[in-house]
Design a protein around this ligand. Structure first.
Ligand SMILES: [Cu+2]
Length: 122
């Protein structure tokens, strides 16, 4: 899993330098798309539970509560699965395709969230 995160970071870095070369400077749009968006896990809830981001955005979940939780895509096969995260643990996933991604906590399946990923406007 760590290798996968490193590979995603490397790809992101490559993508950013390519676009910076292509148009001479990084636009505010590409800065925004590359920014990480936080989701807190606390009180057996994802906050915000519904999130809309641009393609290329990294979402970082942080477990702020005492109980272990996961962030697990509800797609089959799962698009991402953090595995159990103890308090203080973070998990990041970069959304590369537009779509509506529903997820839950696999330990507490009533904890639900949605990430809507919209295409980046050109
Ligand atoms: Cu949970």
């Amino acid at each position: 899993m760590r290798t996968q995160i490193l590979a995603i970071s490397a790809l992101l870095t490559l993508g950013m330098s390519t676009s910076a070369l292509a148009d001479g400077s990084m636009s505010s749009m590409s800065m925004k798309a590359a920014a990480a968006t936080p989701v807190a896990i606390s009180n057996f809830k994802f906050t915000p539970a519904e999130l809309t981001v641009a393609v290329g955005t990294t979402v970082t979940w942080t477990n702020q509560g005492p109980a272990p939780h996961t962030t697990t895509s509800l797609a089959t096969p799962a698009v991402w699965d953090s595995g159990p995260m103890p308090r203080g643990r973070t998990y990041s996933f970069t959304f590369k395709s537009a779509g509506v991604y529903k997820y839950h906590c696999s330990i507490h399946p009533s904890m639900l969230g949605t990430v809507t990923v919209r295409p980046v406007k050109k």
